[in-house]
Write a protein that binds this ligand. Structure first.
Ligand code: ATP
Length: 140
């Protein structure tokens, strides 16, 4: 089975979407292998989103991602990376509401930045992101 990293972002947690999101995850055949809540600091966001650190939206992204606690989860199932990306919908939640009305971002996101959830974009990113948040070694 494959693993991916999911994050319920600050707007998802503060909007009380955590239990609906967890329900969708389980009903879609994923198991939640590990989870914890953390309030990221600026340095954590910079290291997690290293590939975006030179983009113009980065200061705003940092402010958003440090605005409250986030829920970090390792999801497991066959084809977990692509299936979780499909379930969350397009990055721009405004677009998601029009083209993917049943997606998680359509349900709880607002726009291109405040899109309430994260999903690893490849198996390689998933491995990097999982080891970023989970230091201890544990079996796949
Ligand atoms: P994520 O990595 O969070 O799953 P994604 O892969 O769909 O999202 P990325 O392009 O990796 O999108 O961007 C990471 C995050 O940065 C987005 O989820 C969003 O919160 C924010 N973001 C991306 N592009 C923009 C933008 N142009 N303006 C503002 N915020 C943005």
């Amino acid at each position: 089975k494959e693993r991916t990293l999911a994050i319920v972002k600050p707007d998802g947690v503060s909007g009380n979407y955590t239990s609906s999101i967890r329900k969708i995850i389980l009903e879609s055949g994923f198991s939640i292998q590990r989870e914890f809540t953390v309030h990221l600091d600026e340095d954590g966001v910079r290291r997690f989103y290293a590939e975006h650190s030179t983009k113009s939206f980065f200061p705003s992204l940092t402010k958003y991602m440090t605005s409250g606690p986030v829920l970090i989860m390792i999801l497991q199932k066959v084809n977990a990376v692509a299936d979780w990306r499909a379930l969350i919908g397009p990055t721009d939640a405004r677009k998601a509401k029009m083209t993917h009305p049943n997606s998680i971002r359509a349900m709880c996101g607002e726009d291109l930045e405040r899109n309430c959830v994260h999903g690893s974009d490849s198996v390689e990113s998933a491995a990097r992101e999982i080891s970023f948040f989970f230091k201890e070694a544990f079996p796949e």
